[in-house]
Design a protein around this ligand. Structure first.
Ligand code: GTP
Ligand code: MG
Length: 340
């Protein structure tokens, strides 16, 4: 399965400024010639691939990208100022397509690659251009040209940064729907999630990470029980796993046994999964009988050298701490890879 992040956007380059109609008017020069200046050029819309962006999330909130128009020309042969270009930053790997035809216009596969997606209109000529031997007083000037205008579809192949693992019903889908815009189905029966979902979590102006919600695992998954372990390939390359534990069901209320059972399945799938950093979290602490046990469970995990993060995906209590932890680990991983 291929995950793609998509965004539809409208871009419009700036309009060229108008040429000016003007005549020189000075003392002692009664019939000065035309001196209307040209309009300035409209701004281009330019895409640039940068490391600072990992998803197309920002563009979902800013679907219109419009560059400024050039200034109009003025008398005394003054050309209007050209407008600044509008730079739109995209993640490396974004493919830009014409929305109507699907034609690929550019593939920003390299860091700092730029692409002028919409060209600004050139400014209109002022009346100073239009004198001729027979026409000394042109009372007209050109309008500026329209900037290019188009609808685009942007596509980015996503790789998950953090995978959520746990038993069915642990609250994986509830968590991802709380912290991202992903809306997977949530229900109180096991195996609600049948295919992986990705959610983009934005945590600062330009930073975000991708969370993967995969179907629940059960003991014996490596032998094909339940949904099996085939979906683990979607979280195999993530830097970190979020391991959710649920002790609200009487039949499954031993946190440590749940934790080790899932780890066993991960190890069966690929021993390297055990080398990954795990954030271990106890969900559903809004339920009184779970809340009651939090202290004891935290202490028990601590004894084994593991920090257990209590939280509730429903009320949101404790979710911020989990996100911060994920962000810290991802930033460390990013620094390590850039130092290599
Ligand atoms: N009280 C309470 N219920 C929760 C919490 N988080 C999830 N649930 C409930 O637990 C049930 C299972 O939640 P899901 O998010 O569908 O669980 P899942 O881990 O995605 O389950 P599968 O997709 O089947 O693997 C739903 O009825 C949720 O409403 C929580 O923090 N508190
Ligand atoms: Mg689910």
């Amino acid at each position: 399965m291929k995950f793609v992040d998509e965004a539809k956007i409208y871009v419009k380059a700036g309009h060229g400024g108008k040429g000016c109609v003007s005549f020189r008017r000075e003392k002692f020069i009664p019939h000065g010639g035309p001196d209307g200046g040209d309009g300035g050029k409209g701004g281009d819309v330019i895409f640039r691939a940068a490391k600072s962006h990992h998803t197309l999330l920002d563009l979902k909130y800013q679907q219109h990208q419009i560059a400024k128009s050039g200034s109009h020309g003025s008398g005394n042969n003054r050309t209007g100022a050209s407008a600044d270009d509008l730079e739109v930053v995209l993640p490396v790997g974004t493919i830009i397509k014409d929305f109507e035809t699907g034609e690929i216009l550019a593939d920003l596969s390299e860091l700092n690659q730029t692409f002028i997606v919409a060209k600004g209109g050139i400014g209109g000529k002022g009346n100073a251009h239009f004198t001729s031997s027979t026409h000394q007083t042109p009372r007209f000037a050109q309008d500026g040209m329209e900037g290019d205008e188009l609808c685009l579809k942007l596509e980015l192949k996503l790789l998950a940064d953090c995978g959520i693992v746990g038993f069915p019903n642990a609250g994986k889908s509830t968590f991802i729907s709380r912290v991202s815009a992903a809306k997977p189905k949530i229900a109180d029966y096991p195996f609600t999630t049948l295919t992986p979902h990705l959610g983009v979590v934005k945590y600062s102006d330009s930073k975000s990470f991708v969370l993967a919600d995969i179907p629940g695992l059960i003991s014996g998954a490596h032998e094909g029980l339940g949904m099996g372990i085939q979906f683990l390939k979607h979280v195999e390359r993530t830097s970190v796993l979020l391991h959710l534990i649920d002790i609200s069901e009487a039949a499954n209320n031993n946190a440590w046994a749940n934790f080790t059972a899932i780890n066993k399945e991960l190890a069966h799938y690929n021993p390297q999964m055990m080398g990954k950093k795990q954030i271990v979290a106890l969900n559903k602490i809004d339920l009184p009988f779970v809340k009651e046990r939090v202290k004891k469970e935290v202490a028990l995990f601590k004894k084994k050298g593991i920090i257990l993060h209590p939280f509730s995906a429903v009320t949101g209590e404790g979710t911020k701490e989990i996100l911060n932890k994920i962000i810290t680990i991802l930033s460390q991983a990013e620094n390590e890879s850039s130092n290599e």
